[in-house]
Design a protein around this ligand. Structure first.
Ligand code: FE
Length: 202
């Protein structure tokens, strides 16, 4: 277990996050940038571009049992062989949902997140409320987020750190065996890879 000082993102005025926010405020104030366009851009990174890297891996794991096995056993090696950039800077573990087991990811200390696979973390992921409650009452929090699990399903909550980050491998929706990789990847949402939703049933 790392000490708290090891754990990144203490609020530091020199940090890129703080500087970027200050820059955005200044640009908006000067009328150079429209904040809604910045929001649209961030939304695109949050929901489309970033998560597609993870989604392709999930789709490939659904269609290729050997790839799935390797991904679950040693995700870092798979990411390197797949040419996923940034994978070398963090250790990633993939946790598979299956009948009777559901995985969900949090960072209780701050907001560690598999950036290389999912892009930017959503705001709720960084909220103190999610970070505290998903550990104490995961079933209830998931239900509030629209995911109701069977009572006999075991819930596993994975606490990320700057050393280890997690990706959930959601279950493949039934009746999708005929879809190609690209169509399958579209069913894999960011939220399903955090574990707060299931993959989309077409
Ligand atoms: Fe963190």
């Amino acid at each position: 277990m790392s000490s708290e000082t090891d754990h990144h993102h203490q609020v530091d005025p020199r940090s890129p996050e703080v500087r970027t926010e200050a820059l955005e405020d200044l640009l908006v104030e000067k009328g150079l940038v429209d904040r809604s366009r910045v929001d649209a851009l961030i939304d695109r990174f949050e929901n489309d571009l970033g998560p597609m890297i993870g989604a392709r891996l999930v789709a490939k794991a659904w269609t290729n049992p050997d790839f799935r096995e390797r991904l679950l056993a040693d995700a870092d090696a798979v990411l390197i062989s797949e040419g996923v950039q940034g994978a070398e800077i963090e250790h990633i573990e993939v946790k598979a949902n299956e009948r009777g087991v559901h995985n969900v990811v949090v960072c209780t200390l701050c907001s560690c997140y598999p950036w290389a696979l999912l892009g930017l973390p959503p705001n709720w992921y960084k909220s103190p409320e999610y970070r505290a409650r998903i550990v104490r009452e995961p079933r209830k929090v998931l239900e509030e987020m629209g995911l109701t699990l069977e009572t006999e399903t075991e819930l596993r909550v994975w606490d990320s750190s700057s050393e280890t980050r997690f990706l959930v491998l959601p279950e493949q929706p039934e009746g999708t065996d005929d879809l190609d990789l690209e169509d399958l990847a579209r069913l894999v949402t960011r939220d399903s890879m955090i574990g707060v939703a299931k993959a989309i049933t077409p």
